[in-house]
Ligand binder design. Sequence first.
Ligand code: CA
Length: 230
Amino acid sequence: MAKVLVVEDEEALSHLLSYNLGKEGFEVATTFDGDEALIAVDEEKPDIILLDWMLPNVSGVEICRQLRARSQTRDLPVIMLTARGEEEDRIRGLELGADDYVTKPFSMTELVARMRAVLRRTRPTIAGDVATFADIILDRETCRVRRGERDIHLGPTEFRLLDVLMQRPGRVFSREQLLDRVWGTDVYVEIRTVDVHVGRLRKALNRRGDKDPIRTVRSSGYALDETYGH
Ligand code: CA
């Protein structure tokens, strides 16, 4: 499931977006203020941002510029929400690296189509129901996992864990990040629990002699090994 951060100061529009994007299967976080946007990005770790152009305190242009200047957010997809007549902002936004824009008023259908198109381009593994990594296939619709010809049976936690790792092959996730993304931020789970479930996931995925697709990065966390399958 892709997480979207909505940066929009018009409350009615923000609520409408949250409601409809939630129905479309997105996990939604919102912020109303330009000042808060970068903090929200760090906290929520969205997969895509809907960024209103006219915001109090810091403009959408400035937020986009700052996102692109920081290595952690350089590739984060941004769709701008612009009002009619903000042609100049739109051009600047695209120059600054926004991925697309929609002009208000827009239809939800159009917005969602553009979001999916941007996600397909930038994060192919989370846009659809099926994620693949070398010979590993994870189907979110049927909750099935295969490695080559073999069906892999995973518990719900191991399934979500693998799903998170497969969304960004090669990226190192800290144990805290995995806790947030797999168990959610509202529950208290001991950090060691992550290791236990990674252990179970490995046991389910790997048979004797198989190459381990999961890399343990000392004192950092876990990642899918990009050399796997090569
Ligand atoms: Ca606005």
